[in-house]
Design a protein around this ligand. Structure first.
Ligand code: ATP
Ligand code: MG
Length: 198
């Protein structure tokens, strides 16, 4: 689509750093990556709770929530997954530029898709790998999706019939197969607080 007749505003009244100053926090996007059932949403909520208790202003963007709202016209083909993440990253960037600590939990399965998210968000993108082998996720099968995928009822299911590239250089990684929820939660809070302290 041509942007020939489009004139975005760049000289906003308050900049991101003005808003960070008002909120006394560094705004970042915490981009949580992992298989279905690895613990992204559980840890995202726990992290948000802890940051809230410490006085930080946050915004949570979760895959399933986005898919019931702004992304409700998208499926799971490679093109739709890319568009899902593109919109999520653009949305996260808006919150980050408003000074908020933005927590995103999306499977974000491929190197390519994460590269795009990182490029959209730019300075402030913090990748968190919620690391858990597919066997453990399948054992948990929180939503019963692995059982459906194995029966062929869900095509393109990440880790079963669609690819997942493990992140190679995440800023933070938590090993949820070998840690309790509380251990992963504490490790994550510690790693994030040092990045958002004003
Ligand atoms: N160390 C841990 N950290 C996070 N979750 C854990 C941990 N150990 C066990 N769990 C459990 O793993 C499950 C993770 O489910 P959750 O819904 O958070 O996954 P998800 O990554 O958001 O999946 P989806 O992509 O389908 O939304 C929860 O039942 C949680 O209690
Ligand atoms: Mg989830």
């Amino acid at each position: 689509m041509s942007l020939e007749n489009i004139y975005p505003i760049f000289d906003t009244i308050l900049s991101r750093s003005d808003k960070e100053k008002m909120l006394k926090q560094k705004s970042i996007v915490i981009w949580m990556v992992g298989l279905s059932g690895s613990g992204k949403s559980t840890l995202a909520r726990a992290l948000e709770n802890s940051l809230h208790e410490e006085g930080y202003l946050t915004q949570l963007l979760d895959g399933d929530n986005m898919r019931t709202g702004i992304n409700n016209n998208l499926g799971f083909s490679p093109e739709d997954r890319t568009e899902n993440i593109r919109r999520a990253a653009e949305t996260a960037k808006l919150f980050m530029n408003a000074g908020l600590v933005t927590i995103c939990s999306f499977i974000s399965p491929t190197d390519e898709i994460r590269k795009m998210a990182k490029e959209i968000i730019g300075d402030g993108y913090v990748e968190v790998y919620v690391d858990c082998p597919v066997e453990v996720c399948e054992e948990r099968d929180v939503k019963g999706l692995y059982a459906k995928a194995r029966k062929g009822e869900i095509p393109d299911f990440t880790g079963v019939s669609a690819p997942f590239d493990a992140p190679k250089n995440p800023e933070v990684a938590v090993d949820t197969a070998n840690q309790t929820l509380e251990q992963s939660h504490q490790e994550l809070v510690k790693a994030i607080i040092e990045r958002i302290k004003y």
